[in-house]
Design a protein around this ligand. Structure first.
Ligand code: FAD
Length: 553
């Protein structure tokens, strides 16, 4: 069943499926919030549809710090419940998607005039680990000044007092969304990207459906649903406004920026969470051949569609890095890529961006529109459960003969996550590496595939071997196999879907794209049977993104 409707090839059929029935729920937004809700609802037996006006994860869910947080920073804001919840969620996700979630030590340097003294860090980490339910194997380690220096020789020795190691889990946010959606789809959820909620349909003032605009051809479709869920992230209030129900609490948008530099320009030995000169804390995280740095947290009132990295954002992050690592002297021209995202937070009077709570909230409008905003990538499963429980309660109250299943997302492997423990993930990588040797691929290339596609890597490699027998080129064969897989099973529609959200190449391999992108465009045009105009539009769309990530104003 998996992937049955999760390809552009069955797009028309998917629209028909949406319009031919009255759904139990129609979700607006294919970021992590909407994706999680679709999985939970579909697996409990609801008839569910999900639409996104852009690509899936085209909003905030491809622009985060890419961490499944234990929630250390929420401790500072005394958000005890949140720390407990995200800590628990982190281990559930690790169990269900080990290919996407990698536990790793984070170094917390303790510096003169920093936000934490050594004993405060020890107490904070102790409380954090108790609340988050951190296992003994992953418990913190306090380090002396010498040990910290040894761990990271680039740190400023003059201000360093010591350090602490604690566990953070790394992920790929956009891939997480795709795997959750693929799982939702395997339970029958009908999910469409490039399909916008254009208008609400009411009967006797109650919301009964949506007019959906197909962004690929401007056609409109009417879809009926018992409940409409607004999981539109930064756009939640736009839809509440359209529904005339924007009252009381509102969204407060803040922008967060990340910079990417080549690994050799910031050759950290491991991920670091460090103090900035203005009292905030930011991450520097090695990834593939790069290190990425972020994030900022600033008020945002401009276009929601296109948050940009400004010169001030760049200056702020470079200053922070150059202060703590005084010998690296990073400059703007070291930056190879960037991304900017918007946090859809709930406004609280008198609080600065960094002080605003990351908790989610649900708003139910008189029309019946159910909106959910705030929250974190890490907490998506519980957000989804809260919404699904609410909708099921309403459905069961309206029809007492119907009973839906209990939530099982805590024990459901995500698509690609069919491994028992990290050990067997390693076994799988080893197995795949021996297969990949036939085409001259190394362990690094295989790991990168497994971290994206998990257990589906097997079928991707089979195709890569077939392509290799024709072209004798390892890199191109792998790209081609990924291209076919993501078009057939992951709803890739544009060149940018592939290069940005399915593979992250624009962020972490941008230097390779001058050579690789024209080849990928040509192959995609063949597979998708694009007209010359469609091909040109895809190229132009890519050029905009390619330039935007290094254009700071
Ligand atoms: P989105 O991902 O924005 O999804 C909403 C979707 O709705 C969009 O794709 C949009 O196209 C769609 N949409 C809007 N209007 C319509 C319409 N009319 N019709 C159809 N579709 C529509 N969390 C963590 O756990 N770990 C982190 O490391 C982390 N780092 C972060 C760093 C930054 C800089 C930021 C900004 C956030 C970070 N977060 C992190 C928070 C996390 O990324 C967000 O909470 C989460 O991605 C929000 O997901 P969402 O689905 O609610 O919104």
């Amino acid at each position: 069943m998996e992937g049955a409707f999760f390809s552009v090839i069955s797009r028309e059929y998917a629209f028909k499926q949406l319009t031919d029935q009255t759904l139990d729920a129609l979700i607006i937004g294919g970021g992590i919030t909407g994706a999680g809700i679709a999985q939970d609802m579909a697996s409990r037996g609801l008839r569910v549809g999900l639409i996104d006006k852009q690509d899936f994860a085209g909003g905030t869910s491809s622009r985060s710090t890419k961490l499944i947080h234990g929630g250390l920073r929420y401790l500072k804001q005394l958000e005890i419940g949140l720390v407990r919840e995200v800590g628990r969620e982190r281990s559930i996700l690790y169990k269900n998607a080990p290919h996407l979630v990698t536990p790793e030590y984070m170094l917390l340097p303790i510096i003169k005039k920093g936000s934490l003294s050594k004993w405060m860090a020890a107490i904070a980490l102790y409380i954090y680990e108790k609340l988050a339910g951190v296992s003994p194997e992953e418990s913190r380690k306090m380090l002396s000044k010498e040990e910290t220096e040894k761990r990271e020789p680039l740190l400023d020795k003059d201000i360093l007092k010591g350090g602490a190691l604690y566990y953070e889990y790394r992920t790929d946010d956009a891939r997480l969304v795709i795997d959750v959606l693929k799982t939702a789809n395997s339970y029958g959820a009908i999910c469409l990207n490039y399909a916008a909620a254009d208008d609400f349909i009411y009967e006797n003032n109650a919301l009964t459906g949506l007019v959906i605009k197909d962004q690929l051809n401007d056609q409109k479709h009417t879809v009926k649903a018992k409940y409409i869920i607004n999981a539109a992230g930064p756009w939640v209030d736009n839809l509440r406004e359209k529904d005339h129900s924007l009252q009381g609490k509102r969204l407060h948008h803040t922008k967060g920026v990340h910079l990417v530099v080549p690994r050799h320009r910031l050759p950290l030995k491991q991920s670091i969470y460090f103090d900035t000169p203005d009292g905030r804390m930011i991450f520097a995280i090695p990834r593939a051949g790069t290190t990425y740095i972020g994030t900022t947290d600033t008020e945002y009132k401009k276009s929601l569609e296109n948050p940009l990295v400004s010169k001030q954002d760049v200056a702020y992050l470079l200053k922070a890095v150059n202060t703590i690592f005084p010998t690296v002297h990073l400059v703007t021209k070291d930056i190879t890529s960037t991304w900017a995202g918007l946090r859809p937070l709930i406004h609280q009077d008198g609080k600065s961006p960094s002080e605003l709570s990351r908790k989610d909230e649900i708003f139910i409008a008189p029309s019946g529109l159910i909106s959910i905003a705030g929250g974190k990538l890490t907490g998506y499963r519980m957000m989804a459960k809260r919404i699904t429980d609410l909708v099921i309660k309403k459905l069961e109250a309206a029809d007492t003969k119907t009973a839906f299943k209990k939530c099982s997302t805590d024990v459901t492997r995500l698509s690609g996550g069919a491994f028992s423990l990290s050990l067997s993930l390693n076994d799988f990588i080893e197995q795949m590496t021996s297969i990949a040797r036939v085409i001259g691929a190394d362990e690094g290339q295989v790991k990168s595939l497994v971290n994206k596609y998990g257990s589906h890597t097997n079928s991707i490699l089979e195709n890569a071997i077939a392509f290799f027998s024709e072209n004798n080129d390892t890199g191109k064969s792998i790209i081609l196999a990924e291209l076919y897989y993501t078009i057939e099973h992951e709803m890739v529609i544009t060149l940018n879907d592939f290069l940005i959200r399915r593979t992250g190449r624009l962020f972490f391999e941008r230097e390779t794209l001058a050579e690789a992108a024209p080849f990928i465009l040509d192959e995609m045009a063949k597979i998708m049977k694009w007209s010359s105009m469609e091909k040109r539009n895809n190229w132009d769309g890519f050029q905009v993104e390619y330039m935007k990530v290094v254009d700071f104003r």
